[in-house]
Design a protein around this ligand. Structure first.
Ligand SMILES: [Cu+2]
Length: 282
């Protein structure tokens, strides 16, 4: 029985490693400037923990095999273990994990803690149960005033835009996100109710939206196309319906779109969403 268990442990271990090595289920191709650095970091982490996992599980199988029940009825010996070894592997593990965290932190922080580059295209994102609102500043590049007391979902004023504000005249609010290619984009993320999470897997970008906060993040998408955008936070019963699309458009097509006022913007957006197909593997 001990031998069978050992072999099962080894098969399970090698089988799970094979799933990763084969890359049968893997990330979609990346579409952002920071993605290669993030993917490298991910790869480094998974290789290191993969080696540790494999070694530990093969060792477990070896122990199960070696110390299995046999005809030998002699008493087992008690050992307290080795303090030296315990200190050693704790230090080695801590050093590896702290180094990985420090290395990964630089990419993460560069998109969140630094200001967005000058000339970034700004979009205000307002999440709610269970939809996305993207607020564009329009021709004047100034966002119209918003006020929570003006929020009226039945009148389709999901973000409480003050229509009497001059800056709001050319603003547009849509349920899908349109950004320019190869130009930094700054999102200002807010939530009306609970915590949501903005997630576009090919962008390698995920960020929570927290009620009461305006979280600024930035990134640069470098491949034109249509991509799925999901809420990655279980935010309520209809969480599964909280999905939309992100369009990454050529600069001129994007400029033409953002010059349009609300109704024309909506119509054009619909047209563009039909024009661009999803990447084949999605
Ligand atoms: Cu959500």
């Amino acid at each position: 029985m001990g031998r069978v268990l050992a072999v099962i442990i080894w098969i399970l271990t090698l089988g799970s490693v094979a799933l990763f090595v084969s890359k049968k289920w893997w990330f979609p191709p990346a579409i952002s400037e920071h993605a290669p650095a993030l993917d490298r970091q991910f790869m480094l982490t998974i290789v290191i923990v993969g080696i540790a996992f494999t070694a530990a599980q093969l060792g477990l199988g070896w122990a199960v095999w070696k110390f299995r029940d046999t005809a030998d009825k002699s008493r087992a010996t008690y050992t307290h273990g080795s303090n030296k070894l315990e200190v050693l592997w704790t230090i080695v593990t801590a050093a590896i994990f702290i180094s990985l965290a420090v290395m990964g932190q630089s990419v993460w922080a560069s998109l969140r803690l630094n200001n967005a580059p000058a000339g970034s295209f700004q979009v205000e994102v307002v999440a709610q149960q269970f939809s996305w609102n993207f607020h564009y500043a329009g021709k004047d590049k100034l966002f119209g005033r918003t006020d929570p007391s003006l929020i009226d979902d039945s009148a389709l004023n999901f973000i409480g835009l003050d229509e009497t504000d001059a800056n709001a005249k050319d603003d547009a609010v849509t349920s899908a996100l349109a950004i320019p290619v190869n130009r930094p984009v700054e999102l200002i993320l807010r939530s009306k109710d609970v915590i949501h999470s903005f997630w576009v897997p090919p962008l390698r970008f995920k960020q929570d939206l927290v009620p009461g906060m305006a979280i600024r993040v930035h990134f640069t998408a470098n491949k034109v196309g249509k991509y799925e955008l999901a809420c990655a936070e279980l935010c309520g019963q209809l969480h599964f319906k909280m999905k939309s699309y992100m369009l990454v458009l050529p600069e001129d097509e994007h400029r033409a779109l953002t010059q349009l006022s609300q109704e024309a913007f909506q119509a054009k957006m619909k047209e563009l969403l039909d024009k661009y197909p999803l990447p084949p593997n999605e």
